[in-house]
Design a binder for this molecule. Structure first.
Ligand code: RIB
Ligand code: CA
Length: 306
């Protein structure tokens, strides 16, 4: 059983990842922390609470940073995820509230309380994780691993020709994380671009899980329509679910172990690059994936939901 915290900017594929984690029998979800990216941090917190209520899980949600470490704030990715983060599904107010603790402090405390056991899966910009590293010199040692959805080794970018969106939205934070010496796994575009879900796949999920699968199917229409506008007609990528699946099924991913750094300026800003050997502890960078196996796990487990 993996003890997991997801740091998230929900977000349509974030919603898929959180529903997957709720359904997975090998994941003990301990809470969510929120960050800007697909939406503002405030909306991310509201959406995270709403997703947990949908899956009937009473877990802490800790609100994170409102802006990147050094760059000015970016506009949310409304063209990809909709103005409120869930495509055309209208905003709804959750019953619950976030905890009083800030996300970075919550992460520090949880990493101490579950020393050596906590797996952290950031599926948005890495600001909260960088703040936890900067505030607590033991944080990188206390977590078991950090499985990042972000970056790209050879695939090129998805927000610029060089950068993947989560890293682009706070490159300084990502560089802090790659330099921290924690056990890191990078689940980037090299693998997530190989794992595609079609309208038929979402219809099949909704057929077996009318309530929550139906919600994902409704959201996915907006996401799939965006993919079509950028010429991707064979489905949408399961970016965030792939990272959560990598936490429990590393065997489905082939990695290259490389020290990594992040470009923080100019036209390559947000690009994840190989660092000089010996300068940083290496990251396990996913370069190949058994895409049919990841997708089948995703479809099979979501079908368990109501
Ligand atoms: O590049 C893909 C990532 O950017 C995903 O986490 C998606 O939700 C967006 O945040
Ligand atoms: Ca995300």
């Amino acid at each position: 059983m993996v003890k997991l915290i997801i740091d998230t900017d929900p977000g349509i594929d974030d919603a898929m990842a959180i529903f997957y984690a709720a359904a997975a029998p090998d994941i003990e979800l301990l809470g969510l922390t929120t960050i800007f990216g697909n939406v503002t941090t405030k909306i991310a917190t509201r959406n995270a609470l709403r997703l947990l209520e949908a899956v009937d899980l009473e877990l802490p949600v800790a609100e994170g940073a409102a802006a990147p470490l050094s760059l000015p704030p970016f506009a949310p990715s409304a063209q990809v995820h909709g103005a409120e983060g869930f495509g055309d599904i209208p905003a709804a107010t959750p019953k619950g509230q976030p905890v009083a603790e800030e996300a970075a402090d919550f992460l520090i405390r949880m990493a101490r309380e579950h020393k050596g056991e906590l797996v952290l899966c950031p599926i948005g910009p890495l600001t909260n994780i960088a703040l936890a590293i900067q505030r607590d010199p033991d944080f990188a040692r206390n977590v078991k691993s950090i499985v990042i959805m972000g970056g790209s080794l050879r695939e090129g970018g998805n927000i610029t020709p060089h950068a993947e969106a989560n890293i682009y939205h706070d490159p300084h934070a990502a560089d802090v994380v790659f330099a921290a010496g924690a056990r890191l796994v990078m689940v980037g575009l090299d693998v997530t671009h190989r794992i595609l879900c079609t309208p038929d796949d979402f219809a099949s999920i909704a057929g077996q899980s009318p309530e929550l699968g139906g919600m994902l199917q409704e959201m996915s229409a907006f996401y799939l329509a965006f993919y079509e506008t950028v010429g991707k007609l064979d489905g949408c990528s399961l970016h965030d679910p792939a990272a959560v699946i990598a936490c429990t099924h590393p065997d489905l991913f082939e990695v290259e172990t490389l020290p990594m750094r992040v470009s923080c300026s100019g036209e390559t800003s947000g690009a994840t690059l190989e660092a000089e050997v010996g300068t940083r502890k290496p990251t396990a960078v996913c370069i190949h994936v058994d895409a049919p196996a990841v997708k089948s796990l995703f479809l099979k487990r979501l079908a368990l939901l109501p």
